[in-house]
Design a protein around this ligand. Structure first.
Ligand code: AMP
Ligand code: GLY
Length: 424
């Protein structure tokens, strides 16, 4: 079988995990990662390329020059800005949704309207440009206590409030007179969340292993929302509610793909909250989650490349996936000032990792062969075990082999399946 070269666009932990998995494929010759990070720089078959994720024409020319048979887009911003449309116009095969489809992530109000149109359960909501009208709405409806910036905000554009005055403060911050911004004010739900990724080829959909992210910065799910401090997979909550999720969320999406009400290819990330047995969709993302991807890819036994190609080529029914039944636990190590700040230029010491553990780098750079910090979420450690408690213990044990100045992490990742809290 002829091999193909692959270009992965992005520089986070998600992209390191994708590169790592793609490089294992017999069907792949070389992997390029633009711009990549300190982890992708040392991955087998892989080379970092100094082109930014927003430089669509340079990325296209690079992929053409290297005759890449597949381009995989990691982050949300280039998708929202139309990287897939741009590269497809150059005749490239690109995994990811086009600009119009990526609006499911880029505009929360559009996503909510789509959910309503397709009959997918979601929190009651209204969209506002006007601060006073938004506040009136929140005051009149005691259930309306969540304020969401309409656009992309790195996981920081959602404020979950208790009182109308907290809503007012959030509106004050988001609806500034300078910006032509929009907010969604929605019902506050109470329940447990999970992340579900559907691979879609325009007509058909394949559901990947479910995972659960830990969005809050501090132990006990306290503190501000972040991009994600850790994740685990599989998720008992998903297994227990699979029937309802398939019927109320996945089936309406598949039906809408069939009758043309939804146009989509790539990965659709569905953030679900189970409340009173109903799967409410909190958000759609047009990309793989981070750190969920790091938690699920070590569990994927099958080659990922035929899956990604099938999404691009519209041949998804020809693909079946095999999963490792073991639990994975992924712990993110971040800068102590994250999410407000980040770390730059601090050398990272990486020792030998035990078996069945994986290190995926995120905010790192490499200078003269030395890996240094270069971001808020710096790296993630993933461990696998039949027993979720042992997977958790292994991940924290492995984390002892890694250090950088100001390193911090949550001590209770996967607590729902593994009950232990790990101190340093
Ligand atoms: P989102 O970016 O929309 O997923 O929101 C980020 C986080 O805010 C979610 O993971 C939830 O923890 C929380 N959240 C979002 N929407 C709601 C809601 N309607 N009710 C309660 N919490 C929510
Ligand atoms: N971990 C959540 C996200 O990727 O948006």
């Amino acid at each position: 079988m002829a091999q193909i070269d692959v270009l992965v666009v992005g520089s986070g932990g998600r992209e390191h995990a994708l590169v790592w998995k793609i490089a294992q494929s017999d069907r792949v010759g070389r992997v390029y990662c633009a711009p990549g990070n300190g982890g992708t720089a040392f991955e087998s078959k892989t080379e970092n390329v100094a082109i930014g994720v927003g430089e669509f024409e340079k990325l296209s020319q690079f992929a053409i020059e290297k005759k890449c048979g597949l381009v995989v887009i990691g982050p949300d911003n280039p998708l929202a800005d139309g990287i897939v449309d741009h590269m497809e116009q150059h005749g490239l095969k690109v995994f990811g949704p086009r600009k119009e489809s990526a609006r499911l992530e880029a505009s929360k109000s559009h996503a909510k309207e789509k959910m309503t149109e397709l009959g997918i359960p979601t929190a009651r909501f209204e969209a506002f440009k006007d601060k006073l009208k938004a506040l009136e709405f929140a005051k009149a409806n005691e259930w309306a206590r969540v304020v969401k910036d309409d656009g992309l905000a790195l996981g920081k554009g959602v404020v979950v409030c208790d009182t109308a005055s907290e809503v007012e403060a959030a509106l004050e911050r988001m609806l500034t007179p300078q910006a032509d911004s929009l907010v969604v004010v929605e019902e506050k739900l109470v329940g447990e969340e999970l992340s579900l990724f559907l691979i879609i080829d325009g007509k058909d959909s394949l559901t990947l292993a479910a995972s659960q992210d830990h969005k809050r910065r501090l132990d006990g799910d306290k503190g501000p929302n972040t991009g994600g401090m850790g994740a685990y997979s599989p998720v008992p909550l998903y297994e227990a509610n699979k029937k309802a999720i398939d019927e109320k969320v996945v089936a309406p999406i598949v039906n809408a793909l069939a009758d043309g009400r939804l146009k989509y290819k790539g990965v659709l990330f569905i953030g679900i909250m189970m409340a009173d047995g109903i799967p409410y969709v909190l958000e759609f993302n047009a990309r793989f989650g981070d750190p969920e991807t790091q938690a699920i890819l070590p569990r994927l036994k099958s080659d990922i490349v035929p899956l990604l190609l099938a999404s691009v080529e519209g041949t998804l029914p020809s693909v079946s996936l095999e999963w490792d039944s073991r639990f994975s636990c992924c712990v993110v190590a971040c800068a102590d000032n994250y999410p407000e700040g980040s770390s730059k230029g601090k050398p990272i010491t990486i020792g030998t990792l035990p078996s069945d553990t994986y290190l995926f780098q995120a905010g790192t750079a490499v200078n003269n062969e030395v890996v240094t910090t270069n971001g808020g979420r710096v790296l993630s450690i993933v461990a696998l075990d039949d027993d979720p408690q042992l997977a958790q213990a292994k991940a924290y044990q492995a984390l002892r082999n890694v250090s950088f100045e100001g390193m911090d992490y949550r001590k209770d990742i996967a607590w729902r399946v593994a009950t232990k809290c790990h101190s340093r």
